[in-house]
Design a binder for this molecule. Structure first.
Ligand SMILES: [Zn+2]
Length: 259
């Protein structure tokens, strides 16, 4: 599609999900200012997925798979390799951004699974992973999504939940504070500061409890591609980019890739 007007107008004119206007604006915020950088006439391509039930109705939210925006001076592409991330942004074929880590420079202090509870004692299920870090250390959203809870939960202390679509929710607990402006209903993007490490709830010391839930059930974040890695793009991500380019007719290498 060609952009003449806002991204929102272009999406609705083509019956594409309106929510992608928000998602794309947030995901590409570091690379493009949709109000300033678009002069009209830019080429835009979008691929998304929806789950269709046997009776033909659509279940859940549509999920972005691939997006390509051709500006006058560069090409931006966005590849989602999993339902809720990681999402990688490419500029002229070079990976420039991906879903973020929940905390940087912390020590992994407790893994997912059964363990002796540090406060209650006894063997209990640990539903997330803990990162030990000083009180006040910045906590970031691991992917783009919508804040569905920001408040206090017994045991978890000060907690933020972010819904990433596709049934995936991330939880950040034991926080000392919720970042200014973060409230239920607001959209965040990967890497946004949402709060700070604390020791609220049932803890033996300051740590971030990071939990990933799929359809309401805690899963091991390490087994989830939703848990971002530090690298920007893996070989698989680059393969995914190449696949989307060929499937959408944008053959790799024709847009002056830098590498
Ligand atoms: Zn924990």
């Amino acid at each position: 599609m060609t952009l003449n007007g806002t991204l929102y107008d272009a999406l609705t004119a083509r019956n594409a999900p309106e929510r992608f206007a928000v998602d794309l604006t947030a995901l590409l915020a570091g690379q493009v200012d949709f109000r300033r950088d678009l002069k009209g006439g830019e080429t835009f391509a979008l691929v998304w997925q929806e789950d269709q039930l046997p009776d033909g109705t659509i279940a859940g939210e549509p999920r972005l798979s691939y997006a390509r925006l051709e500006l006058t001076d560069r090409v931006l592409e966005l590849v989602a390799t999993e339902a809720a991330g990681p999402i990688i942004v490419f500029e002229d074929g070079e990976a420039v951004q991906r879903s973020a880590a929940p905390i940087l420079g912390a020590r992994l202090s407790s893994v997912f699974g059964r363990r002796n509870h540090p406060v209650l004692g006894g063997v209990r299920m640990h539903t997330g992973i803990d990162y030990a870090a000083p009180v006040g250390t910045e906590v970031s959203a691991t992917g783009a999504g919508r804040v569905t809870f920001a408040g206090t939960i017994r045991g978890y202390g000060t907690t933020i939940d972010i819904d990433h679509g596709g049934g995936v929710v991330t939880r950040y607990a034991h926080l000392s504070e919720i970042a200014e402006g973060v409230r239920e209903g607001m959209r965040v993007k990967a890497g946004d500061e949402i709060g700070a490490v604390g020791a609220t709830g049932l803890v033996s010391g300051p740590n971030l409890h990071y939990e990933v839930r799929v359809d309401g059930r805690p899963v091991d974040p390490k087994d989830q591609d939703a848990l971002p890695e530090q690298e920007i793009a893996s070989a698989d991500d680059l393969n995914a980019l190449a696949t989307w380019r060929s499937e959408t007719g944008f053959i790799s290498g024709t847009d002056g890739e830098r590498g």
